[in-house]
Every structure is written in structure tokens, then in C-alpha cells.
Design a protein around this ligand. Structure first.
Ligand code: NAD
Length: 244
């Protein structure tokens, strides 16, 4: 499939994990890809590995000025922008009673504000492209509650809600906005939280395994493509049935 020939896709948090898998998937389907992340070495290495039609831009999603720069780079290199994937995120579990203002604000700034700023700065370039698509990566923690995730879960519910607001507001601009809700996906984020893996082992999902970044990338690519042209404001779980 080459559903993205001549199209430009910006993916945040693309240096590793799901974002990296998404960058590879879009690139394989002929897109120009703009990978952004705080992790410069990993991001640049992946862009080099992909080669032509791929560029890495250092980017903190909490910084509004940096968002403007990312869209300017995309336009100057590739001429137009068609898709934004708001994938960057952090997950630092803590019980409610031990959640500090600092921890809550950290999650808010990266997961929620970062997604909001991305959508805001995407309006003009994506409407100019004719058919734009935004895919926001929420979580199964934005579909149900689970312990020790008051900060993280709060922001992922917010991403789900903001997706619906933006879908309503941006439809007249020709931009579709959907949210993806991964369950446990085998990435560094999961490895960095071994207690969570033990609490929610593969056996706890009806399909009895963790998901892979490539499986999420396939769903993200579908939601960004014209195959999903009549889908907007939707929330799609990819969690092995964990949220049932
Ligand atoms: N892995 C899972 O089990 C799981 C489950 C549900 C949802 N998610 C969500 O999927 C997305 C991707 O996570 P992942 O599993 O690939 O984890 P990951 O930690 O491997 O990747 C997250 C990426 O985001 C980047 N990032 C963090 N803060 C940033 C910032 N301020 N600006 C720019 N980039 C920043 C990190 O450097 C990293 O490369 C996240 O939004 C995460 O919340 C993950």
C-alpha cells in the first residue's frame, strides 16, 4: 500500500516506541515524514535510517514556539502538511495520595497541553492541504480508570475529550480528528514501569498478550488515510480487549 504518496506526516515522540513504528509505517507508504522528539540521537538515527523523505526536528511538545517551527520546517521541506500524529507522552504512575502538583503538571503539559498545541498549530496547514487528519494517542487509561494513574489517566481522558471538541470544530476546515487508545504495548514506556507490567500482565487482557508498536501504527495509518474518510471524533481501542 502507498496511501500517503506525496503527503507529509508529522509524528511527535517519534524517536522510539510507537512513534518510531508509525514513522516507519508512513514512510513505507511513501509519505514524507517529520519525526519530532526530545531524544535527538535516537530521532536523528531513525531519520537517517529511513533516508530520503524523512527528517528529524528536535521538539518539545510543551513549547508553543517550537510547534510553529515544526510546521515551518515541514512546509519548507515538503511544501504541505496533511497529517499530524500527537503521539508524544509520559507515564509516571503514583497513587492519588502521593501525587504532587509537580507530577500532575508534568503530565498535563506533555500529554494534554502538547496535544492541544499540536492541534491548534495544525489548523492552518492541514486545512490548506484540502483533506487533513489528526490522530491523537490517548490510552486505555482514557477509557477506564485504573489505580495509580490519576495524573496520567486524567490527561488521557482529556485527550479523548479534546479530540471530540476538535473534531466538531475542525470538520468545516476539512480536518478529521480521532483518538487511539492503546492497551499495554511493548515499548520502553512499559519496560520503565515494571510494577505495572506485573500488575497487568499479558494474561489480564482477553487476547492474553501485550500489543506491538506495529499494530498501533497500522491503526494510526488507517485513521490518517482516506480509507477512514467518514470517521471523525471516534475513539478506537487497540488493547486486546482489556477495556471491555
Ligand atoms: N506503551 C504503552 O503501554 C502505552 C499504552 C497506552 C498509551 N500509550 C501512549 O502511547 C504514546 C507513545 O508511547 P510509547 O509506548 O511509544 O512510549 P515511549 O516512552 O517509548 O515513547 C514516548 C516518546 O515521547 C517522547 N516525549 C516525551 N516527552 C516529550 C516532550 N515533552 N516533547 C516531545 N517528545 C516527548 C519521548 O522522548 C519518547 O520518545 C504515548 O502517548 C503513551 O502515553 C502507551
Amino acid at each position: 500500500m502507498n496511501r500517503f504518496e506525496g503527503k507529509t506526516v508529522i509524528i511527535t515522540g517519534a524517536a522510539r516506541g510507537q512513534g518510531a513504528a508509525e514513522a516507519k509505517r508512513f514512510h513505507r507508504e511513501e509519505a514524507n515524514v517529520v519525526l519530532t522528539d526530545l531524544l535527538v540521537d535516537e530521532g536523528e538515527a531513525l531519520a537517517r535510517q529511513l533516508g530520503e523523505r524523512a527528517v528529524f526536528v528536535k521538539h518539545d511538545v510543551t513549547d508553543e514556539t517550537a510547534w510553529a517551527h515544526v510546521f515551518e520546517r515541514a512546509a519548507s521541506l515538503f511544501g504541505q502538511c496533511n497529517v499530524l500524529v500527537n503521539n508524544a507522552g509520559i507515564y509516571k504512575p503514583a497513587p492519588l495520595g502521593e501525587t504532587t502538583t509537580q507530577l500532575a503538571e508534568q503530565h498535563f503539559r506533555v500529554n494534554q497541553l502538547g496535544t492541544l498545541l499540536g492541534m491548534k498549530h495544525a489548523i492552518e496547514p492541514l486545512s490548506a492541504s484540502g483533506h487533513g487528519a489528526i490522530v491523537n494517542i490517548s490510552s486505555v487509561a482514557g477509557l477506564r480508570g485504573f489505580a495509580n494513574a490519576i495524573s496520567y489517566g486524567g490527561t488521557k481522558w482529556a485527550v479523548r475529550g479534546m479530540t471530540k471538541v476538535a473534531a466538531a470544530e475542525l470538520a468545516p476546515h476539512g480536518i478529521r480528528v480521532n483518538s487511539v487508545h492503546p492497551g499495554f504495548i511493548a515499548t520502553d514506556m512499559l519496560k520503565e514501569n515494571p510494577d505495572e507490567i506485573n500488575q497487568f500482565g499479558a494474561e489480564s487482557a482477553p487476547l492474553k498478550r501485550h500489543g506491538t508498536p506495529d499494530e498501533v501504527a497500522a491503526l494510526v495509518a488507517f485513521l490518517a488515510s482516506n480509507e477512514s474518510a467518514f470517521i471523525t471524533g471516534a475513539e478506537i481501542a487497540i488493547d486486546g480487549g482489556w477495556a471491555i
